[in-house]
Design a protein around this ligand. Sequence first.
Ligand code: PMT
Length: 407
Amino acid sequence: MIKNLNVALYVTGSIAAYKSLVMTRLLVKAGANVRVLMTDGALEFIQPLSFQALSKHSVITNHSAGMDADQITHIEVAQWTDLAVVMPADANTIAKLANGIADDVISTTLLATDSQKLVVPAMNDHMLANPATQRNLATIKQDGIAIIAPTIGFLAEGYAAPGRMVEPELVMERIQTLVKLKQTPPTHSLRGRRVLVTAGATRQPIDPVRFITNASSGKMGVSVAKAAADLGAEVTLICADVRVSIPAGIKVVNVVTSSELQAAVLQLMKTNDVLIMTAAVADFQSVRVQPQKIKKAAQSDTFTLHFREADDILKAVAKIKRSDQYTVGFAAETNDLRENALKKLRSKGLDLLVANDVSNPQIGFSSDDNQVTFLRTDHAPIQTKVLPKPAIAEQLVDLVAQDLNQK
Ligand code: PMT
């Protein structure tokens, strides 16, 4: 997919510039042709020779350009580029991009390239929070430039705060997605839509150290969140216990219990257009969570724990759902799949229900693959093949996008 892709890697002034060496290596290893361009700021942190050795091409800087008539010029690089990656992107370069400023060779090349662009910011937390930077980021996003938001992490300043650049492996993942979407553009889009996804297993406490839960890994939910983001949606993922990594660019809210999940869902439904409930939510909770650890000695051979039904989140959502909102539930069934799933479609007031036969360990909790049936009122059921969870997620969000666009 990346093989023979012409990538122009713009390295700007940040301590994170050393990570762009790893990025160059990853791209070259995947078969891409890489040309590196460095701002004066970047040259303060790292030597062009390192990039030259890894990319096997001379590096373009404000000082090198035009020096050698035999060398490819920066304007040729602009035209040669399939994908321009600005990594790390400092506040100054983002500001130039947002305002069309071309006052040196690097910013001129960036302005002259009409290829797809990916910006990976890294900066001090105050610079990032500055309204001017936020405005500039919003502008470049509106211009169609992909951005991988920095994370909260240990900054060069010596404290943890938002502004830390994401790791090259995550950037590579996003590059692969961008290339895939360009090669096979999806039929439907979720651009301009806000999508709320839930993933993973809730934990219902019994005492301070014990809880009941289930085997959901979060793979299905994270795949759905990524697929929705790939179709252009602004995605918020509510994570109960999730055991897989979450792609960059997705907003994450962490919860533990089903009541925390319910509170987060009801709050976020005020601002989201779509809800996809993939999470495996507890149906029961302790009548009384013991304040102290239950002691073995206090029990006879057998003992009884009392549970009551937990609130049904989707039923609570159905009560506040607006007519322009779209809700999707998953039904994890071990028997009478269609019949039980259809009951859930109606009783939970859903637009779409994904029926999931979890009696087969190859396609259920924690598995890499899944096979599901999409059920909607007034539509024939659609059964998928056994496919990796990301492929099932793509089919699901495509169907959601199709329905929304017809609404
Ligand atoms: O995470 P993985 O390991 O990848 O596994 C994926 C999965 C098997 C968990 C997923 O594909 C799945 O089937 N999720 C739904 C699990 C579930 O809780 O199913 P259910 O049939 O019990 O509930 C039906 C729907 O009601 C679900 O959308 C659920 O989120 C929702 N629910 C359940 C209980 C509750 N108290 N409130 C709810 O809203």
